[in-house]
Ligand binder design. Structure first.
Ligand code: VAL
Length: 461
């Protein structure tokens, strides 16, 4: 009998135990390096609040219907990103799922490297070694250190995923997400008390509409898809573990608000810290990827060795937690595919996929100064200098996410048909039939999203 239960357990795909479990896991996927590391410097480059405004519009107008569709397709079929399209009877369209898996794998390959830096910085800060910021370039090119942290991070991710949906992913999110919120709020409250904090807040929030152009609008669109984990198979997969009792619309609203809220708070926490360390002079702050890894350590140093070390360690631990719930969701996409389609046990599938993705991440690992070839990998037409392998993959993935988003709404609107989509959403949502949101979703998947995403895709990639 015990043998049989074990077999049944292996065949079963698992489920989130309740709505909160799903929301925390999906929000855990969404909230990640994208929010705390990328969002603030995108805002800074894109004209402050003007960028935030466009970003919010994209999240609620374009990403919202995409997320609803992804969850509905996953839940309807209880299948992985590829199997879902087969189960609906449209196996030709499973190309959307395949592209999602590839995008998820590509992202995880380099994301894990950056997550490893965050973990490494945690230990550096804890030891009071603030010089890593100034030596950021040599830190990331030293692959014997960054390589070890990348291995550790992938192993942690694999550990959570191998435990399954409720005992691994959900449990992890239930511990890490509340901790993350408390940490962000604590650090935010502290940073707002520092001298020149308001200069930082103003710098962050006063809109400069002059800085809005096609490039920054494209940046906002890419950021919204990346941050909400759309087009990478994750939300379809997590949706497949969601119970029929739950309301897809309100779950999507919660996840979106969670993601947008954390990104916003991360910026609000960061810029006062930066303003404090520069004495309120914001004319010369370092943007880009270095905003956190290169600039923050000296911010913490300026708070004094004891306090700086505690707060610095605290910050990079927070960043590592945020990254972990995201890497877990990214690894779950191929694992769920391998478990469903190839009937391999979850622990084995996890070990194999994590190993392969780690190896795929090696060019990103060495492409930050160690290997000349991968550090200056390609020069885009019209660009001044070459970008590294990691940036190249980031760009490639962004294109895939937008294309995936475009294709999935088009699929739902014209192939699977909005009636079927609505039928799935109505389960778990009393009164959906006569609601305005139903009219919006129908309009969005047929006209709004395909048209806008199609146009923007051509304009910004
Ligand atoms: N959405 C996450 C992030 O913003 C990952 C999964 C890309 O970091």
């Amino acid at each position: 009998l015990r043998q049989r239960t074990k077999q049944q357990k292996m065949a079963g795909r698992g489920n989130f135990s309740n709505r909160l479990g799903f929301i925390l896991a999906a929000a855990g996927s969404a909230v990640g390096l994208g929010n705390i590391w990328k969002f603030p410097f995108e805002v800074e480059a894109g004209g402050g609040a003007a960028f935030v405004l466009i970003y919010l519009i994209f999240c609620f107008l374009l990403c919202f219907p995409v997320m609803v569709t992804e969850i509905a397709i996953g839940r309807k079929t209880n299948k992985n990103a590829v199997g879902a399209f087969n189960a609906l009877g449209y196996s030709k369209w499973n190309i959307i799922g395949k592209m999602g898996i590839v995008a998820g794998v590509v992202i995880l390959s380099f994301y894990n490297v950056v997550a490893g830096w965050a973990l490494g910085y945690f230990f550096e800060m804890a030891q009071g070694n603030f010089s890593v910021g100034k030596e950021f370039g040599s830190y990331v090119s030293n692959i014997s250190t960054t390589g070890i942290y990348a291995v550790i991070f992938m192993a942690l991710t694999a550990f959570v995923v191998s435990r399954g949906v409720s005992a691994g992913i959900e449990k992890g999110a239930k511990i890490l997400m509340p901790t993350l919120i408390v940490m962000i709020l604590g650090l935010l409250a502290y940073s707002l008390t520092l001298p020149n904090a308001m200069t930082g807040v103003k710098y962050y929030l006063i809109p400069e509409f002059g800085e809005l152009n096609l490039k920054t609008i494209g940046g906002a669109l890419r950021q919204s898809f990346f941050s909400l984990s759309l087009g990478m198979g994750t939300i379809i997969t997590y949706g497949s573990y969601l119970s029929k009792k739950e309301n897809i619309i309100s779950s999507t609203v919660s996840v979106t608000l969670f993601d947008v809220g954390i990104a916003f708070l991360a910026g609000l926490m960061l810029f006062p810290l930066v303003a404090y360390s520069t004495g309120g002079d914001m004319s010369n702050i370092q943007g880009g990827a270095g905003l956190i890894f290169a600039a923050l350590p000296s911010v913490f140093e300026s708070l004094g060795a004891g306090l700086g070390s505690i707060l610095g360690a605290f910050f990079f631990l927070l960043l590592s937690f945020a990254a972990l719930t995201s890497t877990v969701s990214l690894l779950e996409v191929p694992v769920s595919y391998v478990v469903d389609e190839h009937k391999i046990s979850r622990p084995k599938a996890t070990a194999i996929t994590a190993g392969v993705i780690f190896i795929a991440g090696l060019p990103s690992l060495v492409g930050n100064g160690y290997s000349e070839m991968f550090t200056s990998f390609v020069t885009y037409i019209g660009a001044e200098k070459p970008v590294g392998f990691m940036d190249f993959l980031g760009h490639l993935a962004d294109c895939m996410l937008l294309l995936g988003g475009f294709l999935i709404v088009t699929f739902a609107g014209y192939v699977w048909k909005k009636e079927n989509l609505n039928e799935e959403i109505a389960i778990g949502y009393e009164g959906y039939e006569n609601s305005r949101v139903k009219i919006f979703i129908g309009f969005a998947v047929r006209y709004l999203c395909p048209a806008l995403l199609g146009i923007l895709f051509v304009m910004v990639v």
